[in-house]
Design a protein around this ligand. Structure first.
Ligand code: GLN
Length: 245
């Protein structure tokens, strides 16, 4: 019996826009395949253990909430960095994405961060809000897909050396509204500004993230079986049709 553990960091603090829907989507897509799933909710004071985690999820939050979790995040960052450098799978959304970087500048202050990945987030007076469509490429198959979501952030994120974008903006702002990139990729870390939540309407991306974790834990297992994603893909297509007409 295959099993995966999803560790949800700060679920009671970084919980904006129903981002926990990503955890539910990953959980369901495992259970539909007969893969057992454990979920660990890790908030202030509970240590994160790289050995116990197969997929680490961090959701979005307001600046205020990002400061609440900062002290605890610093205590956890070395273990998180070890997990990332050992090809642990991560999905980080918006505020959670920003917190993985070297600093996060708000309108009031500069928040120094542990730098789990090489990104920087600067403040802007303008909020980047709206529906988001971005094109991403599956590194193993070379297939490209259009993902849909929703963004609401004032932070402008810039990718440093060694960090690639998750995709290219088709509609919306993405990382900073300037360079045309959305999100970030580093090893098995997937970052996006897209709420929505991101994964339910983007099943190929959900399975890409899932397969990274599954293959790392079970390298000799067969590929994940295909699921009937009729509804998910119809939701994706109808949003893209509405947003790009
Ligand atoms: N507080 C951050 C910003 O405004 C992240 C917001 C979010 O997670 N939606 O940029």
């Amino acid at each position: 019996m295959y099993s995966l553990t999803i560790c949800h960091l700060y679920p009671d603090i970084l919980n904006l826009y129903g981002d926990r829907g990503n955890v539910i989507a990953l959980q369901k897509r495992c259970l539909w395949r007969g893969i057992d799933v454990g979920i660990q909710n890790i908030s202030l004071g509970r240590p994160f253990s790289a050995e116990q985690c197969d997929i680490l999820f961090i959701g979005g939050g307001q600046d205020f909430e990002q400061e609440i979790m900062l002290e605890d995040f610093y205590k956890q960052h070395e273990e998180i960095k070890r997990y990332v450098e050992n090809d642990g799978t991560v999905l980080a959304i918006c505020g959670g994405y920003q917190m993985l970087g070297k600093y996060y500048e708000t309108e009031e202050k500069l928040i120094e961060l542990p730098g789990v990945i090489n990104i920087e987030t600067k403040s802007s007076k303008k909020r980047l809000i709206g529906n988001l469509v971005f094109e991403w490429v599956h590194n193993q198959t070379g297939e490209s897909y259009r993902a849909v979501g929703f963004e609401n952030h004032s932070g402008l994120t810039y990718l440093g050396e060694g960090v690639d974008p998750l995709g290219k903006v088709v509609k919306g702002f993405g990382n900073n509204g300037e360079d045309g990139y959305e999100g970030a990729r580093y090893k098995n870390v997937f970052c996006s500004y897209s709420h929505g939540s991101l994964l339910p309407k983007n099943p190929h991306l959900a399975d890409y993230i899932l397969s990274c974790a599954f293959k790392k834990k079970y390298p000799d297992a067969p590929e994940l079986q295909e699921l009937n994603d009729r509804e998910e893909l119809e939701a994706n297509r109808s949003m893209i049709k509405r947003l790009l007409k």
